[in-house]
Write a protein of this length. Structure first.
Length: 389
């Protein structure tokens, strides 16, 4: 499946300012934003968020929305009090509220002619190799079709007792998603305007920190501890999310979700909230990761036509251009791609195992299903998952 080239989605202005032109953005809206500080969903606030996202989509920006709110929606329907807690009760509220939350989003985005898709994940989905690959391929396909993916942790099955299975909060989830889809920007919408020199609720003279170039112990101390009666996050979790995302080459902004047209202003380059520039370029970060993780037990050999397609035209590697396989590798492994003379040209995340690639080499993509009995993707390596050496 062909997708548009996103390798140059973001460009830095010549004046060196923080503003960027973004092509793929992950927006995280927490419980406090979506409820307006109450114990139930604020449909007006959700409508404002949908309006802004729709405006960015109209401008050609790909948007993923990481949302909280399922538990709040379920609590409202069930008539429970906020102080009624416990994991089974939380799961019950999430199960009841998830469909209602999505129905609200579907209705709001439909007013703009946009289709939404629910993407529920757990930590294992993003740490398991095949789960990670499937999630990325699915989200990329949704974005290609103009759909707005709405992502949330699967609170119905993700519980703290299942060690390592929960992501823990949607700040963390949003940073994982931003890295997963190679986003240009992660926007963490909060009920506070950004990171301050002190708690602005307690110290009215606290000053907003407009830019953080490095997250160190001093910045962590300013963030304090996550203390929140409605959501599971706080400034501390947002700072940790910013650390993870910027390390993956993604810019981050923490901003007030109630700020009028906050997303539009960010799109236009206005300095709002606290900006965290990427700690490394996406090319450097991604290349370093792929080179260090590349399989040493197997590789894919391609013909001259595939070399031109991959190197010269920045296209995906299709099975038609594959001439052979060396060694063995599994689906989702990072595998070296060799030219006809054995020269190492690139590394990429393969959609098929070495046995399957051997069976489909030289074939058109539309014959993959007939040959293997299943089609994971039209490409052996998608261009978004490929680094040229």
């Amino acid at each position: 499946m062909a997708t548009k080239d996103t390798s140059t989605r973001a460009t830095t202005p010549s004046d060196g300012s923080a503003a960027l032109r973004y092509g793929r953005v992950v927006v995280k809206a927490g419980t406090n934003v979506l409820t307006g500080g109450t114990d139930r969903l604020d449909k007006a606030m959700m409508g404002t968020l949908a309006d802004q996202v729709a405006g960015m989509r109209k401008d050609g920006i790909e948007i993923l929305l990481v949302t909280s709110g399922a538990v709040a929606a379920g609590r409202e329907v069930l008539g429970l009090r906020p102080d009624q807690r416990g994991i089974p009760l939380r799961q019950t509220q999430a199960a009841v509220g998830q469909s209602r939350l999505m129905h609200a989003y579907e209705s709001l985005f439909a007013q703009h002619g946009l289709v939404t898709a629910q993407v529920l994940v757990t930590r294992s989905d993003l740490t398991d190799r095949l789960g990670y690959l499937n999630a990325r391929n699915t989200i990329n396909a949704l974005l290609e079709l103009g759909v707005v993916p709405i992502v949330n942790e699967n609170d119905v099955i993700g519980v703290e007792e299942l060690a390592g299975e929960t992501i823990g909060d949607n700040d963390h989830l949003s940073s994982l998603v931003a890295s997963l889809v190679d986003a240009d920007l992660l926007v963490l919408l909060s009920d506070i305007a950004g990171l301050f020199t002190a708690d602005p609720h307690r110290f009215p003279d606290a000053q907003l920190i407009s830019r953080v170039d490095r997250i160190d112990a001093g910045i962590e101390a300013l963030a304090g501890r996550p203390e929140d009666s409605r959501g599971r996050g706080g400034m501390a979790t947002k700072i940790e999310a910013a650390r993870l995302a910027t390390a993956a080459g993604v810019a981050v902004v923490i901003a007030d979700g109630a700020e009028p047209d906050v997303l539009k202003k960010l799109e236009q380059g206005e300095e709002i909230g606290t900006f965290f520039p990427p700690a490394a370029s996406k090319l450097e970060s991604r290349k370093r990761w792929m080179l260090s993780a590349a399989s040493r037990t197997g590789s894919v050999i391609v013909d001259a036509g595939a070399v031109e397609a991959v190197l010269g035209q920045h296209r995906s590697l299709l099975p038609a251009g594959v001439t052979g396989v060396e060694g063995s590798f599994g689906r989702g492994d990072i595998v070296p791609i060799l030219g006809p003379d054995g020269e190492r040209l690139a590394c990429g995340i393969v959609n098929y195992s070495s046995e399957d690639v051997e069976r489909i080499k030289g074939l058109r993509s539309d014959r993959i299903g007939d040959t293997l009995g299943v089609t994971y993707a039209d490409e052996v390596v998608h261009r978004n998952n490929l680094v040229v050496l």
